[in-house]
Write a protein that binds this ligand. Structure first.
Ligand code: KDG
Ligand code: MG
Length: 408
């Protein structure tokens, strides 16, 4: 069996999805997602200029050897751009493997460990009242787990992932249109004073059963993170996410010595070498890698297996930049993983997105049910894809009030 061709499409209804389609001499094709939010053209260029010309003629069934060929063969290893490009190839090769076996991917991993997989949604508000309304809406939709963020009184640009205007909770800002980033202002003291009280009120309003998550988005130092974790302990969070910048694997030691709050980290990691110490030293409770930019199913499965040895559960990244293809790859891993924890899931199911990526995967009552179709179980409509083109976007840049650059 041979790979005969591969194409890359960049664009989509709401986000610039980078979709790879690999074709074979047996008429079976595989699909993968290489979307790297706000840097989409870069994995696409790596695929087009280097990886695809090398892929042509390879046997798609040898997905492990192909992964090693590109990873070891690159010499300059890792990094999100390369790992997103390898990830898309790997997903597409697994898709082909599943279609050849006529089985959904979870069967190739070891079958189902559960039916529905727990997901969490994003509630947010310009202020606490707004946030409470947003949470109520998700609770009414049947969600059992909700990430909560809200504006901080006195903070000029509100904070991470909160709307600019009250009531605009579905349009909270994490990305801007255009190449030049907008600047947001951050004030750690105001956040540290206000957010534990806000989280306490959310718990009081919604009772003990709701799983409450909160994302600090890398904004605190190790000492501040420990203080914050101690302060929110009575809230009984499902997790505290990215309390410190993720590059420092030792940063969480201090927090761990001072608090038992469950910690989740890893959406920016692109390999097992970014999180092996965190996992082996049991400094975290949830690993947040994504199949998209952590080298695809082959590499993420290795991370999941290492995590399982150390009581670390999965909580894969699922921001809106992930196309239904990588969300499907994660859904198959979620159905199988003995150490599954939760899946971040932001409703992708707009009519435009469903038309571009038809599938039988479904969300019901806060649980995600994986499709039984062979492979990833997602199709790709090239005629629909022709309607979309690349539109540049950027993350904000964060500064302190005196102008000092801070972590987004
Ligand atoms: O591209 C950046 C986003 O993916 C990130 O801001 C989302 O933190 C995030 C999350 O938890 O989904
Ligand atoms: Mg996050």
């Amino acid at each position: 069996m041979k790979i005969t061709d591969a194409k890359v499409f960049v664009g989509g209804p709401a986000k610039n999805y980078v979709t790879l389609k690999i074709e074979t001499d047996q008429g079976i094709c595989g699909l993968g997602d290489a979307t790297l939010n706000n840097r989409e053209t870069l994995p696409a260029a790596y695929l087009k200029d280097y990886l695809i010309p090398n892929l042509i003629g390879m046997d798609p069934r040898n997905s492990e050897d192909i992964w090693q060929f590109f990873y070891r063969g690159a010499y300059f290893r890792r990094g999100p751009i390369a790992m997103a490009a390898f990830g898309a190839i790997d997903m597409a090769l697994w898709d082909i493997k599943g279609k050849l076996a006529n089985m959904p991917l979870y069967q190739l991993f070891g079958g189902k460990s559960r039916e529905g997989a727990l997901v969490y949604a994003h509630a947010t508000g310009a202020d606490l009242e707004d946030l409470m309304d947003s949470i109520s809406w998700y609770v009414e939709q049947g969600y059992k787990a909700i990430r909560v963020q809200c504006g901080i009184p006195g903070m000029p640009k509100a904070g991470y992932a909160v709307p600019e205007k009250k009531g605009d909770v579905k349009n909270y800002i994490t990305d801007y249109t255009g190449i030049r980033p907008k600047v947001e202002i951050w004030d750690t003291s105001r956040y540290m004073r206000y957010m534990p009280k806000a989280l306490t009120q959310v718990r009081e309003r919604f009772g003990p059963e709701l799983k409450i998550l909160h994302d600090v988005h890398h904004r605190l130092t190790p000492r501040e993170a420990a203080e914050f974790a101690k302060a929110v302990e009575p809230v009984d969070l499902f997790w505290l996410e990215d309390p410190t910048p993720a590059d420092d694997q030792d940063a969480l030691k201090f927090l761990r010595h001072h608090s038992t709050v469950p910690v989740a980290i890893g959406e920016v990691f692109n390999s097992i070498w970014d999180c092996n110490k965190l996992i082996e030293n049991e400094l975290i409770d949830f690993i947040r890698v994504a199949v998209t930019y952590a080298g695809g199913i082959t590499h993420v499965k290795r991370i999941v297996d290492l995590a399982a040895l150390h009581h670390v559960r999965t909580g894969f990244h699922g921001a809106p930049s992930h196309s239904p293809l990588s969300m499907a790859a994660q859904a198959h891993l979620n159905a199988w993983a003995p150490n599954f924890g939760i899946q971040e899931y932001l409703v992708l199911g707009t009519p435009e997105c469903d038309a571009l990526f038809p599938s039988e995967h479904r969300l019901e009552n806060g649980l995600f049910y994986v499709s039984d179709a062979p492979g990833l179980g997602v199709a790709f409509d090239e005629n629909e894809a022709a309607r979309y083109s690349y539109k540049p976007g950027s993350h904000p840049v964060v500064r302190l009030e005196d102008g000092t650059l801070w972590n987004y």
